[in-house]
Ligand binder design. Sequence first.
Ligand code: 2P0
Length: 360
Amino acid sequence: METIYEKTATSPVNIAVIKYWGKRDTTLILPTNASLSVTLSQDHLHSKTTIRASPDFEKTRLWLNGVEDVDIEKNKRLQNCFRETRRLRKEYEEKLRKDKGPDKVLPLSEYNLHICSENNFPTAAGLASSASGFACLVYTLSQLYELPISAAELSKIARQGSGSACRSLFGGFVAWEMGSKDDGSDSQAVEIAPRDHWPELEALICIVSDAKKGVSSTEGMQNTVNTSTLLQHRIEHVVPVRMKNMIDAIHERDFQKFAEITMQDSNQFHAVCLDTFPPIFYLNDVSRAIIRMITEYNSTNSEKKLKAAYTFDAGPNAVIYTTSENIPEIINLIAKYFPGNDDVKNYFSDPFQLFVGKTI
Ligand code: 2P0
């Protein structure tokens, strides 16, 4: 009979309100600016990974959403995550050998792995699937290997799989500190506030298209670094100020400030994409209609307040941040602007904060 050791874990999606776009080191994945995100509840969106280790496995294999089509050997990002977690496991095994005796330690670091990873949402549609996926891979490995390691330390490994993955190691409100060292030892995620700090804050996800995006983030952001002059202005003069103001807004639960910075930063990220040569377009007509809808909602409400904020990543799908009391109004608004969407109609009977509908 085969001897198998197994662990399963899930990891959440995070949606940035200050966007990461650009690397100063493409191997270690060190960003050109800090970023900040909100981690979404795992109830509806998550990656789930099961990892098995066995002395009987002939090679390490990976199935993504049931399909084994990734060339693990050639995939540097996967190799980074395997190498770093194995190295830590090896160190831990040596320590255990000294403390407990050589026979008491399982040489898991020497075993090949079988990895099954699944997302319960569209992969590569600009919904941060690489973030939750790599966070989950690294977290599940740390569990399997029983690594005595903090989430911040683990975030530095997940970062080497996909930059935004480092932020999915924490719940709540999370900053990715860009760090200043060349070896990446200070480029890590930190929790700004836990989820229950601001329970009224909600995220509505509008899936405009679940098609795979045209230009990958990895390729797109380096074209931006190489060609956009607006990016340099953003890195030097805009993001440092916004990071500070956004952290204050979160600590103070100030939705006005939070919403303003969120929308401005989404706008600037897409402006920087347009300033890339050749330009990158992630928003489509439906995305722009959602921007107009939220802008109108914010300018015509009787309190004259910002009641919702849109943000878009490297794809046309929208995330709308709002506070719980506004949810019914916004659902009605979406139903009015985008009629015929069953998910919107079903919302009231099934409070599921995700609209899966290509018509909206
Ligand atoms: C973010 N995005 O902060 C920004 C906003 C997309 C737009 O992080 O090359 O998939 O794997 O480090 O993490 C997408 O970039 O890129 C991303 P890599 P990643 O969420």
